[in-house]
Design a protein around this ligand. Structure first.
Ligand SMILES: Cc1ncc(COP(=O)(O)O)c(C=O)c1O
Length: 342
């Protein structure tokens, strides 16, 4: 099976501007653990991009960003409330529990987004009993694991409800850029009412490296200390910072995300018109979920670069990247046509 394709947006390489920034950062010596000039420039850029209260903490990966963010926001008797599809609930093994001591409570999300009514029910049921974990943080993924997005109004309603209950608000923004690009907003507009953000960069053109962006200044010290305590503090920080800085310079993040989103739209359109396959979920970011007969999931995924998302229901996941080409799309559509056609 060819690897180039759609299994994930972290299967793609790194953007040339990110690689150039890395090469530049490699010249000479620099202070370690974030005391270098590149990290200082990134800190300044983060305040411009996310607002004056923002402090950025580069980390190695998205799981680490989630664990550090939520550990900082929660006491040991607390729980985070998120959706059944949240990466932190499904795809981070026991890291939230093992590394962060985090209890996770999930709500249904048939199309990826949390419903205000479901959150409201959890909050209404919370009587402050010591027998129950206190719902103390809300974690929303933007864009969602099912390739959908929260509108700014939906985000505001959910975060207002959480704040009204004294909860912190966390956003898992592994694909925040794709949501902002789709909605035509700034990154700051995506994080209004948010206390702490896991800002994803790996899926949008870096080699590796994401960040925790703290917006509630009270969380800055806990995040700084927990980043080290949870093994997410890079000694040669400048190499993580240079990549993030490249992405946040001249809105590169928006152009890479727009490309991936447009490729997903195009793939969905070709699947619909050429094979009669409508997407399982609305295509609102850079992922397309493709319905196929369950019996063919294994055959398809052995031959084509897509992920088996739900073998029982017969759903494949195709995620587009900043460098997805027309040839990639054609190869997938014709390959699927061949396998499904018999
Ligand atoms: C929604 C979401 N959050 C976080 C992550 C971070 O994962 P990793 O630890 O692999 O960087 C991912 C990666 O797939 C993701 O899709």
């Amino acid at each position: 099976m060819t690897v180039r394709g759609f299994t994930s947006d972290n299967a793609s390489g790194a953007h040339p501007r990110v690689l150039a920034a890395l090469a530049a950062a490699g010249e000479g010596h620099a202070a370690s653990y974030g005391a270098d000039a590149v990290t200082h420039e990134l800190e300044e850029r983060a305040r411009e991009v996310f607002g004056p209260t923002a402090t950025i903490f580069p980390v190695f990966n998205g799981t680490g960003a989630n664990v550090v963010s939520l550990s900082a926001a929660l006491q040991r008797w607390d729980a985070v409330v998120t959706t059944e599809h949240a990466h932190l609930a499904t795809d981070e093994s026991t890291a939230p529990h093992l590394v962060g001591g985090i209890a996770v409570r999930t709500l249904p999300a048939p199309t990826g987004t949390m419903a205000l009514t479901d959150l409201a029910r959890v909050l209404a049921d919370d009587e402050g009993s010591v027998h129950h974990a206190r719902p103390a943080a809300l974690s929303l993924t933007q864009s969602t694991e099912l390739g959908t997005v929260y509108t700014p109004a939906e985000l505001a309603a959910l975060s207002d409800a959480a704040r009204g209950h004294g909860m912190s608000v966390h956003v898992d923004g592994a694909r925040l850029a794709n949501a902002a690009a789709r909605l035509g907003t700034t990154l700051a507009e995506q994080t209004r009412g948010v206390d702490v953000l896991s800002f994803g960069a790996t899926k949008n053109g870096t080699l590796f490296g994401d960040a925790v962006v703290v917006l509630d200044p009270d969380l800055a010290e806990p995040v700084a200390r927990l980043r080290k305590a949870t093994t997410q503090l890079a000694s040669k920080m400048r190499f993580v910072s240079a990549q993030l800085l490249a992405l946040l310079t001249d809105d590169l993040w928006r152009r890479t995300a727009e490309h991936a989103n447009a490729a997903a739209d195009h793939l969905a359109e070709r699947l619909r018109t050429e094979l009669g396959l409508g997407p399982v979920y609305p295509v609102e970011a850079n992922a397309v979920f493709i319905p196929v007969p369950p019996a063919l999931v294994t055959t398809v995924t052995e031959q084509l670069p897509v992920l088996p998302w739900d073998r029982r229901a017969g759903v494949l996941r195709a995620v587009c990247s900043f460098d997805t080409t027309e040839e990639d799309v054609t190869r997938l559509v014709t390959g699927l046509g061949r396998v499904l056609g018999g």
